[in-house]
Ligand binder design. Structure first.
Ligand SMILES: NC(=O)c1ccc[n+]([C@@H]2O[C@H](COP(=O)([O-])OP(=O)(O)OC[C@H]3O[C@@H](n4cnc5c(N)ncnc54)[C@H](O)[C@@H]3O)[C@@H](O)[C@H]2O)c1
Ligand SMILES: [Zn+2]
Length: 360
Protein backbone atom coordinates (compact mmCIF):
# COMPACT_ATOMS: atom_id res chain seq x y z
CA UNK A 1 0.00 0.00 0.00
CA UNK A 2 1.21 3.53 -0.79
CA UNK A 3 0.22 6.14 1.78
CA UNK A 4 0.34 9.91 1.44
CA UNK A 5 1.09 11.41 4.86
CA UNK A 6 0.30 15.11 5.00
CA UNK A 7 2.22 16.95 7.71
CA UNK A 8 4.68 14.06 7.44
CA UNK A 9 7.61 16.17 8.65
CA UNK A 10 5.73 16.99 11.85
CA UNK A 11 5.85 15.35 15.25
CA UNK A 12 3.10 12.75 14.80
CA UNK A 13 3.40 12.51 10.99
CA UNK A 14 7.08 11.52 11.11
CA UNK A 15 6.29 8.64 13.48
CA UNK A 16 3.39 7.55 11.27
CA UNK A 17 5.81 7.51 8.31
CA UNK A 18 8.21 5.27 10.23
CA UNK A 19 5.38 2.93 11.29
CA UNK A 20 3.97 2.71 7.74
CA UNK A 21 7.39 1.83 6.27
CA UNK A 22 8.22 -0.59 9.09
CA UNK A 23 4.98 -2.44 8.24
CA UNK A 24 6.18 -2.91 4.65
CA UNK A 25 4.16 -0.14 3.01
CA UNK A 26 5.35 2.88 1.01
CA UNK A 27 5.10 6.38 2.44
CA UNK A 28 5.21 9.72 0.69
CA UNK A 29 5.34 12.75 2.97
CA UNK A 30 3.79 16.08 1.99
CA UNK A 31 4.67 19.01 4.22
CA UNK A 32 4.72 22.77 3.80
CA UNK A 33 7.26 23.13 6.66
CA UNK A 34 5.26 26.00 8.11
CA UNK A 35 7.36 28.57 10.01
CA UNK A 36 5.33 28.02 13.20
CA UNK A 37 6.67 24.46 13.25
CA UNK A 38 9.99 24.36 11.43
CA UNK A 39 13.16 26.37 10.97
CA UNK A 40 13.14 25.91 7.17
CA UNK A 41 14.59 22.44 6.60
CA UNK A 42 12.82 19.10 7.14
CA UNK A 43 13.98 17.52 10.43
CA UNK A 44 16.79 14.96 10.15
CA UNK A 45 14.51 12.04 10.97
CA UNK A 46 12.68 12.54 7.65
CA UNK A 47 15.87 11.85 5.67
CA UNK A 48 14.94 8.23 4.95
CA UNK A 49 11.56 9.16 3.52
CA UNK A 50 10.33 10.62 0.25
CA UNK A 51 9.40 14.20 1.22
CA UNK A 52 7.46 16.54 -1.06
CA UNK A 53 7.61 20.13 0.12
CA UNK A 54 4.15 21.47 -0.62
CA UNK A 55 0.94 22.78 0.82
CA UNK A 56 -2.29 20.77 1.19
CA UNK A 57 -4.15 23.88 0.02
CA UNK A 58 -2.45 23.55 -3.38
CA UNK A 59 -4.64 21.35 -5.63
CA UNK A 60 -1.86 21.01 -8.22
CA UNK A 61 0.65 19.67 -5.70
CA UNK A 62 -1.95 17.24 -4.36
CA UNK A 63 -2.96 15.92 -7.79
CA UNK A 64 0.66 14.95 -8.36
CA UNK A 65 1.31 13.65 -4.85
CA UNK A 66 -1.80 11.42 -5.00
CA UNK A 67 -0.54 9.44 -8.02
CA UNK A 68 -0.61 5.74 -7.17
CA UNK A 69 -1.68 6.44 -3.60
CA UNK A 70 -4.08 4.01 -1.87
CA UNK A 71 -4.79 5.95 1.32
CA UNK A 72 -4.18 9.35 2.89
CA UNK A 73 -3.16 10.01 6.47
CA UNK A 74 -3.94 13.68 7.07
CA UNK A 75 -1.80 15.11 9.86
CA UNK A 76 -1.07 18.55 8.40
CA UNK A 77 -2.50 21.34 10.54
CA UNK A 78 -1.75 24.44 12.49
CA UNK A 79 -1.71 23.04 16.03
CA UNK A 80 -1.96 24.24 19.62
CA UNK A 81 -4.14 27.11 20.75
CA UNK A 82 -1.86 29.69 19.14
CA UNK A 83 -1.34 33.21 20.40
CA UNK A 84 -4.77 34.89 20.23
CA UNK A 85 -7.82 34.91 17.92
CA UNK A 86 -6.01 37.13 15.41
CA UNK A 87 -4.63 33.90 13.97
CA UNK A 88 -8.16 32.54 13.29
CA UNK A 89 -7.85 33.00 9.49
CA UNK A 90 -4.54 31.11 9.54
CA UNK A 91 -6.03 28.16 11.47
CA UNK A 92 -9.17 28.04 9.31
CA UNK A 93 -7.12 28.26 6.12
CA UNK A 94 -4.59 25.51 6.91
CA UNK A 95 -6.94 23.21 8.75
CA UNK A 96 -10.33 23.57 7.09
CA UNK A 97 -9.66 24.99 3.64
CA UNK A 98 -6.68 22.62 3.49
CA UNK A 99 -8.88 19.64 4.35
CA UNK A 100 -11.48 20.70 1.77
CA UNK A 101 -8.85 20.93 -0.99
CA UNK A 102 -7.47 17.53 0.05
CA UNK A 103 -10.92 15.90 0.00
CA UNK A 104 -11.65 17.28 -3.48
CA UNK A 105 -8.27 16.03 -4.73
CA UNK A 106 -8.86 12.59 -3.20
CA UNK A 107 -12.27 12.45 -4.89
CA UNK A 108 -10.70 13.33 -8.25
CA UNK A 109 -7.93 10.76 -7.75
CA UNK A 110 -10.44 8.11 -6.53
CA UNK A 111 -8.62 7.63 -3.22
CA UNK A 112 -11.24 6.47 -0.73
CA UNK A 113 -9.45 5.85 2.56
CA UNK A 114 -8.69 8.81 4.82
CA UNK A 115 -7.28 8.72 8.31
CA UNK A 116 -7.78 12.16 9.84
CA UNK A 117 -5.80 13.46 12.80
CA UNK A 118 -8.53 14.84 15.04
CA UNK A 119 -8.16 15.83 18.67
CA UNK A 120 -9.70 15.58 22.12
CA UNK A 121 -10.13 19.36 21.91
CA UNK A 122 -13.34 18.70 19.93
CA UNK A 123 -15.04 17.83 23.24
CA UNK A 124 -14.14 21.02 25.07
CA UNK A 125 -14.64 20.12 28.71
CA UNK A 126 -14.69 16.39 29.37
CA UNK A 127 -17.52 14.28 30.77
CA UNK A 128 -18.97 15.23 34.17
CA UNK A 129 -21.57 13.82 36.52
CA UNK A 130 -23.59 15.72 39.13
CA UNK A 131 -24.51 13.72 42.26
CA UNK A 132 -28.15 14.84 41.77
CA UNK A 133 -28.49 15.33 38.00
CA UNK A 134 -26.36 12.56 36.43
CA UNK A 135 -24.44 13.57 33.28
CA UNK A 136 -24.55 17.32 32.71
CA UNK A 137 -22.65 19.78 30.53
CA UNK A 138 -20.65 21.82 33.05
CA UNK A 139 -21.41 25.49 33.58
CA UNK A 140 -18.66 27.69 32.08
CA UNK A 141 -15.93 28.37 34.62
CA UNK A 142 -16.15 31.91 36.00
CA UNK A 143 -13.07 34.08 36.38
CA UNK A 144 -13.96 34.77 40.03
CA UNK A 145 -14.09 31.01 40.80
CA UNK A 146 -10.73 30.43 39.15
CA UNK A 147 -9.24 33.43 40.99
CA UNK A 148 -10.55 31.95 44.27
CA UNK A 149 -8.99 28.55 43.49
CA UNK A 150 -12.32 26.86 42.68
CA UNK A 151 -11.18 25.11 39.52
CA UNK A 152 -13.63 22.21 39.23
CA UNK A 153 -16.68 22.87 37.06
CA UNK A 154 -20.08 23.01 38.70
CA UNK A 155 -23.55 21.75 37.79
CA UNK A 156 -25.52 24.33 35.76
CA UNK A 157 -28.72 23.21 37.57
CA UNK A 158 -27.73 22.97 41.24
CA UNK A 159 -24.23 24.41 41.48
CA UNK A 160 -22.75 21.21 42.97
CA UNK A 161 -19.12 20.40 42.16
CA UNK A 162 -19.07 17.84 39.35
CA UNK A 163 -17.24 14.51 39.23
CA UNK A 164 -15.09 14.01 36.12
CA UNK A 165 -15.54 10.80 34.09
CA UNK A 166 -14.33 9.29 30.81
CA UNK A 167 -15.39 10.96 27.55
CA UNK A 168 -17.01 8.60 25.05
CA UNK A 169 -16.97 9.41 21.32
CA UNK A 170 -20.68 10.30 21.24
CA UNK A 171 -20.23 13.12 23.79
CA UNK A 172 -21.33 16.52 22.43
CA UNK A 173 -18.69 18.46 20.51
CA UNK A 174 -18.09 21.80 22.22
CA UNK A 175 -14.89 23.37 20.92
CA UNK A 176 -13.51 26.07 23.21
CA UNK A 177 -10.87 27.63 20.95
CA UNK A 178 -10.47 28.57 17.30
CA UNK A 179 -8.08 25.66 16.90
CA UNK A 180 -10.61 23.28 18.43
CA UNK A 181 -13.36 24.63 16.16
CA UNK A 182 -11.18 23.97 13.12
CA UNK A 183 -10.66 20.37 14.28
CA UNK A 184 -14.45 19.87 14.59
CA UNK A 185 -14.90 21.35 11.10
CA UNK A 186 -12.30 18.94 9.71
CA UNK A 187 -14.32 16.02 11.10
CA UNK A 188 -17.57 17.40 9.66
CA UNK A 189 -16.02 17.97 6.24
CA UNK A 190 -14.56 14.47 6.21
CA UNK A 191 -17.81 12.83 7.38
CA UNK A 192 -19.84 14.68 4.73
CA UNK A 193 -17.27 13.76 2.07
CA UNK A 194 -17.54 10.09 3.07
CA UNK A 195 -21.33 10.22 2.83
CA UNK A 196 -21.27 11.95 -0.55
CA UNK A 197 -18.45 10.03 -2.18
CA UNK A 198 -18.47 6.58 -0.61
CA UNK A 199 -15.20 7.42 1.11
CA UNK A 200 -13.96 5.70 4.28
CA UNK A 201 -12.83 7.91 7.15
CA UNK A 202 -11.36 7.18 10.54
CA UNK A 203 -11.07 10.37 12.59
CA UNK A 204 -8.60 9.67 15.37
CA UNK A 205 -9.14 11.93 18.36
CA UNK A 206 -5.68 11.98 19.87
CA UNK A 207 -5.41 12.95 23.49
CA UNK A 208 -2.20 14.62 24.79
CA UNK A 209 0.52 13.17 22.59
CA UNK A 210 4.11 13.21 23.85
CA UNK A 211 7.39 11.53 22.98
CA UNK A 212 10.54 11.92 20.90
CA UNK A 213 10.56 14.67 18.22
CA UNK A 214 7.96 16.73 20.04
CA UNK A 215 8.55 20.40 19.22
CA UNK A 216 10.32 22.40 21.88
CA UNK A 217 8.56 25.16 23.78
CA UNK A 218 6.59 27.28 21.26
CA UNK A 219 3.08 28.81 21.29
CA UNK A 220 2.05 25.67 19.43
CA UNK A 221 3.67 23.04 21.69
CA UNK A 222 2.06 20.79 24.28
CA UNK A 223 2.56 20.93 28.02
CA UNK A 224 5.06 18.05 28.23
CA UNK A 225 7.58 19.88 26.06
CA UNK A 226 6.95 23.15 27.90
CA UNK A 227 7.80 21.50 31.25
CA UNK A 228 10.84 19.82 29.77
CA UNK A 229 12.10 23.06 28.23
CA UNK A 230 11.75 24.83 31.61
CA UNK A 231 13.73 22.05 33.32
CA UNK A 232 16.42 22.20 30.62
CA UNK A 233 16.89 25.89 31.49
CA UNK A 234 17.23 24.93 35.14
CA UNK A 235 13.81 26.37 36.00
CA UNK A 236 10.96 24.73 37.89
CA UNK A 237 8.03 23.70 35.67
CA UNK A 238 5.17 26.15 36.26
CA UNK A 239 1.89 24.28 36.68
CA UNK A 240 -1.34 26.20 36.16
CA UNK A 241 -4.48 25.92 38.35
CA UNK A 242 -3.80 23.52 41.25
CA UNK A 243 -2.04 20.93 39.09
CA UNK A 244 -4.95 18.49 39.58
CA UNK A 245 -6.37 18.92 36.06
CA UNK A 246 -6.59 15.47 34.46
CA UNK A 247 -5.43 14.49 30.99
CA UNK A 248 -4.64 11.33 29.09
CA UNK A 249 -1.00 11.39 27.98
CA UNK A 250 -0.52 9.02 25.07
CA UNK A 251 2.85 8.13 23.59
CA UNK A 252 3.52 9.14 20.00
CA UNK A 253 4.55 5.62 18.97
CA UNK A 254 1.14 4.38 20.16
CA UNK A 255 -0.56 7.15 18.15
CA UNK A 256 1.46 6.17 15.08
CA UNK A 257 0.37 2.53 15.50
CA UNK A 258 -3.26 3.62 15.78
CA UNK A 259 -2.86 5.42 12.44
CA UNK A 260 -1.39 2.33 10.84
CA UNK A 261 -4.27 0.20 12.15
CA UNK A 262 -6.81 2.73 10.83
CA UNK A 263 -5.15 2.82 7.40
CA UNK A 264 -5.52 -0.94 7.05
CA UNK A 265 -8.73 -1.69 9.01
CA UNK A 266 -11.96 -2.71 7.24
CA UNK A 267 -14.04 0.35 6.29
CA UNK A 268 -16.16 1.84 9.07
CA UNK A 269 -19.77 0.62 8.62
CA UNK A 270 -21.22 4.09 8.06
CA UNK A 271 -18.27 5.51 6.15
CA UNK A 272 -17.06 7.56 9.13
CA UNK A 273 -15.95 6.66 12.61
CA UNK A 274 -14.41 8.89 15.29
CA UNK A 275 -12.23 7.14 17.85
CA UNK A 276 -10.47 8.28 21.01
CA UNK A 277 -6.77 7.52 20.79
CA UNK A 278 -5.61 7.54 24.37
CA UNK A 279 -3.77 5.48 26.93
CA UNK A 280 -6.82 4.87 29.14
CA UNK A 281 -4.57 5.83 32.09
CA UNK A 282 -5.53 9.34 33.27
CA UNK A 283 -2.95 11.47 35.08
CA UNK A 284 -2.82 15.01 36.35
CA UNK A 285 -0.74 17.75 34.78
CA UNK A 286 0.97 18.04 38.19
CA UNK A 287 1.97 14.32 37.99
CA UNK A 288 3.55 14.94 34.64
CA UNK A 289 5.58 17.88 35.94
CA UNK A 290 6.68 15.92 39.04
CA UNK A 291 7.82 12.82 37.12
CA UNK A 292 9.76 14.95 34.61
CA UNK A 293 11.37 17.05 37.33
CA UNK A 294 12.32 13.94 39.35
CA UNK A 295 13.78 12.16 36.30
CA UNK A 296 15.85 15.17 35.32
CA UNK A 297 16.88 15.97 38.91
CA UNK A 298 15.44 19.45 38.43
CA UNK A 299 13.60 21.78 40.81
CA UNK A 300 10.16 20.72 42.08
CA UNK A 301 7.25 22.07 40.04
CA UNK A 302 5.61 25.30 41.20
CA UNK A 303 1.82 25.47 41.21
CA UNK A 304 0.96 28.97 40.03
CA UNK A 305 -2.88 28.98 39.98
CA UNK A 306 -4.81 30.84 37.30
CA UNK A 307 -6.15 29.36 34.07
CA UNK A 308 -6.34 30.57 30.50
CA UNK A 309 -9.55 31.14 28.60
CA UNK A 310 -9.15 28.16 26.26
CA UNK A 311 -8.16 25.80 29.07
CA UNK A 312 -10.51 23.05 30.13
CA UNK A 313 -10.37 21.35 33.52
CA UNK A 314 -10.40 17.61 32.89
CA UNK A 315 -10.47 15.63 29.65
CA UNK A 316 -9.85 11.93 29.96
CA UNK A 317 -11.12 9.40 27.53
CA UNK A 318 -12.78 6.06 27.17
CA UNK A 319 -10.43 3.83 25.14
CA UNK A 320 -12.84 0.94 24.43
CA UNK A 321 -14.12 1.94 21.02
CA UNK A 322 -10.67 2.12 19.41
CA UNK A 323 -9.93 -1.27 20.99
CA UNK A 324 -13.11 -2.79 19.50
CA UNK A 325 -12.90 -1.16 16.08
CA UNK A 326 -9.15 -1.15 15.43
CA UNK A 327 -7.78 -3.54 18.04
CA UNK A 328 -5.82 -0.54 19.36
CA UNK A 329 -4.49 -0.51 22.90
CA UNK A 330 -1.72 1.78 24.05
CA UNK A 331 1.47 -0.07 24.98
CA UNK A 332 3.69 2.62 26.49
CA UNK A 333 2.82 3.26 30.14
CA UNK A 334 2.99 6.73 31.72
CA UNK A 335 5.96 6.05 34.05
CA UNK A 336 8.04 4.45 31.31
CA UNK A 337 7.09 6.94 28.57
CA UNK A 338 7.55 10.08 30.68
CA UNK A 339 10.89 8.91 32.11
CA UNK A 340 12.15 8.33 28.56
CA UNK A 341 10.70 11.66 27.43
CA UNK A 342 12.95 13.45 29.88
CA UNK A 343 15.86 12.82 27.49
CA UNK A 344 14.14 12.13 24.15
CA UNK A 345 15.36 14.25 21.20
CA UNK A 346 13.04 17.19 20.54
CA UNK A 347 12.43 19.20 17.38
CA UNK A 348 14.35 22.45 17.29
CA UNK A 349 12.27 25.55 17.86
CA UNK A 350 10.83 27.53 14.99
CA UNK A 351 11.30 31.29 14.83
CA UNK A 352 8.24 32.14 16.98
CA UNK A 353 8.21 31.85 20.75
CA UNK A 354 5.85 33.52 23.17
CA UNK A 355 2.91 31.73 24.75
CA UNK A 356 2.28 28.17 25.80
CA UNK A 357 -0.71 25.85 25.80
CA UNK A 358 -1.76 22.69 27.55
CA UNK A 359 -3.36 20.69 24.77
CA UNK A 360 -2.66 19.85 21.12
N1 LIG B 1 0.49 16.73 19.34
C1 LIG B 1 -0.67 16.54 19.95
O1 LIG B 1 -0.75 16.42 21.20
C2 LIG B 1 -1.94 16.44 19.16
C3 LIG B 1 -3.13 16.18 19.86
C4 LIG B 1 -4.31 16.10 19.16
C5 LIG B 1 -4.31 16.23 17.77
N2 LIG B 1 -3.16 16.50 17.12
C6 LIG B 1 -3.24 16.63 15.65
O2 LIG B 1 -2.22 15.82 15.07
C7 LIG B 1 -1.77 16.39 13.85
C8 LIG B 1 -0.26 16.48 13.86
O3 LIG B 1 0.14 17.35 14.91
P1 LIG B 1 1.65 17.45 15.41
O4 LIG B 1 1.62 17.51 16.89
O5 LIG B 1 2.46 16.41 14.74
O6 LIG B 1 2.03 18.92 14.89
P2 LIG B 1 3.30 19.41 14.05
O7 LIG B 1 3.21 20.89 13.96
O8 LIG B 1 4.54 18.78 14.55
O9 LIG B 1 3.00 18.79 12.61
C9 LIG B 1 2.11 19.37 11.69
C10 LIG B 1 2.82 19.42 10.35
O10 LIG B 1 1.89 19.92 9.38
C11 LIG B 1 2.61 20.78 8.52
N3 LIG B 1 1.61 21.68 7.89
C12 LIG B 1 0.85 22.64 8.49
N4 LIG B 1 0.05 23.23 7.60
C13 LIG B 1 0.30 22.62 6.40
C14 LIG B 1 -0.23 22.78 5.09
N5 LIG B 1 -1.15 23.72 4.83
N6 LIG B 1 0.22 21.98 4.11
C15 LIG B 1 1.18 21.04 4.36
N7 LIG B 1 1.73 20.87 5.58
C16 LIG B 1 1.29 21.64 6.59
C17 LIG B 1 3.62 21.49 9.39
O11 LIG B 1 4.71 22.01 8.65
C18 LIG B 1 4.03 20.37 10.34
O12 LIG B 1 5.18 19.66 9.88
C19 LIG B 1 -2.49 17.74 13.72
O13 LIG B 1 -3.58 17.58 12.83
C20 LIG B 1 -2.97 18.03 15.13
O14 LIG B 1 -4.15 18.82 15.12
C21 LIG B 1 -1.96 16.61 17.77
ZN1 LIG C 1 -26.77 19.18 39.73
Amino acid sequence: MRVLITGGAGFVGSHVADAVVAAGHEAVLLDALVPQAHGGQPPLWCAEHEVVRGDVRDAGVLAEALHGVDAVCHQAAMVGHGVDPSDAPLYASHNDHGTAVLLAAMYAAKVRRLVLASSMVVYGEGRYTCPAHAIVPPAPRRQQDIAAGRFDPTCPRCGATLMPGLVPEDAPLQPRSIYAATKVAQEHLAAAWAAQSGGEVYALRYHNVYGPRMPRDTPYAGVASIFRSALARGNAPRVLEDGEQRRDFVHVTDVARANLLALTAPPPPEGFAALNICSGEPHTVGDLARVLAATLGGPEPIVVGGARTADVRHVVAAPERAAEVLGFRARVGFAEGVAAFATDPLREPAAVTTMSTVDG
